[in-house]
Design a protein. Structure first.
Length: 207
């Protein structure tokens, strides 16, 4: 029990030390989502066209979409969970540049916003069940990316400026404790990734 408490305290500490980066990534996601929603709901041709091309391409060749179309939603959730975890790790690593995760977050959030309309370009938000499904999927999908990206940005910032939270030894210019914080947060996001994809593909609201 003491060991579990110790690990939880380390994870909690990692989140606290990375709070600035995590919060700013979350804000970036939220703004980009709103921009995407506003664009498609106002009938913006570019946003609607991009949304249609994105969805059509996924349905035609994406293994996750194909598995779901075949009725194997559990396999779709499993594939997407693995893919999402790797994407979170990759995005987190780009945090060493500090700027890249924000650019990626703008795009990811915007895409999340433009899919708020269906194939007929009708809002998915106006129908109760469909609206709840969309919002919950979006939030659950963005949580792990927000945490992973924030962890990467936090680590990247330690290379450029000293932080009193990270005294001690360094490895290749990065405080070792900051590297461990990065790893701890990436491990933390695993259950969020699994929960997001189980809800997306196995939720009774998924129609």
């Amino acid at each position: 029990m003491a060991g579990i408490r110790s690990e939880l305290a380390k994870v909690s500490g990692a989140l606290y030390r990375a709070r600035f980066a995590i919060i700013t990534i979350a804000i970036t996601h939220a703004i980009a989502v709103m921009v995407g929603i506003i664009m498609v709901h106002s009938g913006n041709p570019f946003a609607l066209s991009y949304r249609d091309k994105l969805v059509d391409r996924a349905r035609a060749s994406d293994p996750v979409s194909l598995a779901s179309q075949q009725g194997d939603d559990f396999r779709a959730a499993a594939i997407e969970s693995v893919r999402t975890e790797w994407a979170c790790v990759a995005t987190g690593i780009t945090g060493l540049t500090v700027i890249s995760p924000y650019v990626i977050s703008i795009y990811r959030g915007w895409v999340g916003g433009i899919v708020s309309v269906d194939n007929s370009h009708m809002s998915r938000l106006i129908e109760g069940g469909e609206g709840i499904y969309y919002v919950v999927v979006l939030i659950l999908q963005l949580i792990p990316f927000t945490l992973g990206s924030g962890a990467g940005v936090n680590l990247g910032l330690t290379y450029f400026r000293l932080r009193k939270e990270y005294p001690g030894e360094k490895w290749m210019g990065y405080p070792k404790e900051a590297i461990w914080d990065f790893v701890r947060i990436l491990v933390l996001i695993i259950p969020f990734v699994i929960a997001a994809n189980l809800w997306e593909f196995l939720s009774p609201l998924n129609r």
